[in-house]
Design a protein around this ligand. Structure first.
Ligand code: P5A
Length: 432
């Protein structure tokens, strides 16, 4: 994209309403704009980041056998009356009525809807287990939406749902998802700590939160430093036995929130670490909490009806954009990890109108085939440098009149700030 014709409105001033660094930088770098309290429009650069995160989440869900689908945002209240959650959910749920005065709602989550879809079409034990997921907008009328996309009212979630014949099967599904989560966060360049959690309004009795370490995080965590070292991408885990083995090494002596801090267990942890963190994922096993009241049964081996054991698994896809910035920034702006950056590189033309600079930039831009942003604006060099640092593309290719005459560019790595003068081919080879 050519920056001169891109809606990427950067701001020099710090927006007064933003309390934390990720919110400030998302506004300043022109990634999002607020349209109402806790509701954001994703501008082109922000949308590219969100899509990159969603792609990685999707690949890791697919890798453990979850099937992607798409459920609507609007749901009939009737389903929630069947599960008993319509009244229980409280004022966080946005309740609407249509022109026929039927009660509908903007979904805060999809346990009821997936249970309804499943009960209409799955009839036999032979069809289980199954895992299904979608990446869809949710609405929760939070009392205090804050920190930008971190606690929004409308936000993008990946939510998955598992159906198993019994508890043992459900635990396997739960573990597969947990593994997918650790791999997802690792690919995003984040250190995630799985913590035993309370299950809250989703219900159930087995639950983990995934916490990204960041000083501005809302949760206090005590954890074992082994989490910072583990490699979840290594090795192939295919059989249930391999999964079991993986969990044996992953189970750590300690990981707790503020509320559950248990001094005796903590004392046994050798590599004690304490910090603050952001909850970017939450998974639940809740047995037949929805299948029983909603009448989802399938025929078991002996023909007798069985209520499937279910779990649900959420990742805050839009929250991750904020969490990634909390974990990757400096005073000048965002430092995107390569896999999620809106563009791999930005090309800075320091003298638009200079034939050698223009020619070199156009040539470079063409060779990226859409993978680079071209700063072709009629702006001072200082403005371009500042915006490039603010937007945080992993590589900056600086083209000035002197270098262009000699066929050379200056290549800067945003993380670390090293600069090198190179010819075009060498620069492209480095960027990869
Ligand atoms: C699990 C999937 C659920 O809703 N039902 C379907 C379960 N879990 S959860 O913990 O309530 O939400 C899952 C993740 O969504 C993110 N999240 C939010 N992100 C931005 N703004 C919000 N207001 C918000 N609320 C939840 C979190 O990352 C959470 O872990």
């Amino acid at each position: 994209m050519r920056l001169s014709h891109t809606l990427a409105p950067t701001l020099k001033e710090t927006p007064a309403e933003a309390q934390i660094v990720s919110h400030r930088l998302m506004l300043r770098a022109g990634l999002v704009r607020q349209t109402a309290a806790g509701i954001y429009a994703w501008l082109p650069l922000g949308w590219r980041v969100l899509q990159n995160i969603a792609r990685i989440v999707r690949e890791e869900q697919d890798a453990v056998g979850a099937q992607e689908m798409l459920m609507p945002t609007i749901q009939p209240a009737e389903l929630w009356r069947q599960s008993g959650r319509y009244d229980a959910y409280g004022p966080e749920m946005l309740r609407i009525s249509d022109r026929h005065d039927r009660d509908i709602l903007y979904g805060p989550t999809n346990e009821e809807m997936i249970t309804d879809i499943f009960r209409q079409s799955v009839k036999s034990y032979r069809e289980l287990p199954q895992m299904l997921y979608h990446i869809q907008w949710k609405f929760r009328d939070e009392v205090r939406p804050r920190f930008g996309v971190m606690r929004g009212r409308e936000f993008l979630m990946k939510d998955a749902y598992s159906f198993d014949l019994d508890y043992a099967g459900a635990v396997v599904s739960y573990r597969k998802m947990m593994l997918a989560y650790m791999r997802t966060f690792q690919r995003l360049g984040l250190k995630a700590i799985p913590m035993e959690a309370e299950s809250g309004p989703i219900g159930g009795n087995l639950s983990h939160e995934f916490i990204i370490l960041a000083p501005t995080g809302e949760s206090q965590v005590w954890y074992d430093a082994v989490f910072e070292e583990m490699d979840f991408a290594a090795g192939r885990i295919e059989t249930d036995a391999e999964l079991e083995q993986f969990f044996a090494q992953m189970t750590t002596p300690y990981a707790a929130t503020d509320e559950k801090h248990d001094a005796a267990t903590w004392a046994q942890v050798t590599n004690q670490r304490e910090g603050r963190g952001i909850e970017v994922g939450h998974i639940f096993y809740f047995g037949t909490k929805y299948s029983t009241p909603m009448g989802l049964t399938i025929a078991g081996r002996d023909g007798a009806p069985i209520a499937p054991h279910m779990g649900s698994y959420g990742i805050g896809v839009s929250r991750l954009v904020g969490a990634l910035i909390e974990a990757n920034h400096d005073d000048a702006g965002i430092i995107w990890p390569d896999p999620v950056a809106p563009f791999r590189a930005v090309i800075l033309n320091l003298k638009p109108g200079d034939p050698a600079c223009d020619r070199m930039c156009e040539d470079l831009y063409a060779r990226f085939r859409g993978g680079a942003l071209y700063d072709d604006r009629e702006e001072r060099a200082g403005v371009k440098f500042a915006d490039a640092d603010l937007m945080g593309h992993p590589w900056q290719i600086v083209v000035g009149p002197r270098g262009a005459a000699g066929g050379r560019v200056e290549l800067k790595r945003r993380a670390g700030g090293e600069r090198q003068e190179l010819d075009i081919d060498a620069a492209l080879a480095k960027i990869g």
